[in-house]
Design a protein around this ligand. Structure first.
Ligand SMILES: Cc1cc2nc3c(=O)[nH]c(=O)nc-3n(C[C@H](O)[C@H](O)[C@H](O)COP(=O)(O)OP(=O)(O)OC[C@H]3O[C@@H](n4cnc5c(N)ncnc54)[C@H](O)[C@@H]3O)c2cc1C
Length: 280
């Protein structure tokens, strides 16, 4: 690991100013460090300055009616321990608990998961199905970007130079479910994952799949196939077929294309049925 200065700003303005003062290739942002430290140690990143977010006032979780806003530096363990998240957003609760081990979740943050933009992220697909938005702050002020536009590809996000993720906003508590397949729960990342949510306000399903490059995606054809709140078996069959047909499922060193395609139907069926139970 190359040597770096550790800078620990106390306010968001200070953090943005520090980032702005250095060339982007010389500076890195540190939240929980569960991804970043590997990148620094392995030489993928050679930052001369590392800006820690640990003093920023972003370790927050606020419900406003049915809307949930989670500060970007809140450890995942705190999200999982919120009783309202468990009761009102069960899909998010399950997705958070799918991330690594308890020890890891004491450090890892939602902002870091979005910042890494992994195709196998457990949180991005669930946030897609929940129509979440990312609140950003940077030298030109604040802006909000839907998660679907924020995560562009592996390690590629819509973040502009010197911008930071401040929070993630989930507009509506929804019946939701997240199901994933992997070999060793605490050590592996998901080979294939399906996140579903039913929006009572919009009376429509949201379906996202993840686990393969380039990024987790929504599958509108599957959402349409599910139709009304309680899809029939043929609806489910059509939805699974549309994922197999339309999602860019590919093989990589972790799983074959065929294996991933075979996982679609059982994961989707169980996830939609779990939501159906909640709707009842
Ligand atoms: C053993 C192990 C198991 C894992 N298992 C899983 C798993 O099962 N599922 C899963 O989804 N992930 C998994 N991960 C990945 C990782 O833990 C998550 O991506 C985690 O949420 C990253 O959060 P962090 O706070 O540690 O981010 P960091 O490592 O601090 O940062 C990650 C990236 O995001 C950027 N960043 C962080 N915060 C911000 C911000 N506020 N604004 C702008 N940029 C920011 C950083 O600069 C960096 O590029 C695993 C990692 C390890 C080491």
């Amino acid at each position: 690991m190359t040597e770096f200065d550790l800078i620990v700003p106390s306010t968001p303005d200070e953090a943005v100013a520090v980032l702005h003062a250095h060339p982007p290739e010389e500076v890195a942002v540190l939240a929980g460090g569960t991804d970043l430290l590997f990148d620094l140690d392995g030489g993928r990143l050679r930052a001369r300055h590392v800006v820690s977010l640990r003093r920023l006032p972003w370790r927050t979780l606020d419900w406003n009616g049915a809307t949930l806003t989670i500060g970007s530096t809140l450890p995942l363990r705190a999200i999982e321990n919120d009783p309202d998240v468990r009761a009102r957003l069960p899909g998010l609760y399950t997705a958070v608990r799918a991330v690594g081990s308890v020890a890891l979740r004491h450090r890892a943050t939602l902002g870091g998961n979005l910042g890494r933009a992994s195709p196998a992220s457990d949180l991005v697909p669930m946030l897609l199905a929940l129509d979440a938005e990312v609140e950003l702050v940077g030298p030109s002020g604040e802006r909000t970007v839907p998660v679907d536009r924020f995560v562009e590809a592996s390690r590629k996000t819509a973040l502009r130079p010197s911008e930071l993720i401040r929070a993630v906003r989930i507009p509506e508590a929804r019946p939701s479910a997240y199901l994933w397949q992997r070999v060793r729960p605490f050590h592996d990342i998901s080979h294939m994952a399906v996140a579903v949510a039913f929006s009572p306000a919009g009376a429509r399903w949201r379906v996202a799949v993840a686990g393969f490059p380039p990024r987790p995606i929504l599958v509108p054809a599957a959402e349409a196939a599910l139709g009304p709140a309680h899809p029939s078996d043929p609806d489910l069959e059509r939805a699974a077929e549309s994922i197999v047909r339309e999602a860019p499922i590919v093989a990589d060193r972790r799983a074959s294309e065929e294996y991933r395609r075979r996982l679609v139907r059982p994961l989707l069926t169980r996830a939609v049925r779990a939501c159906g139970e909640e709707l009842r």
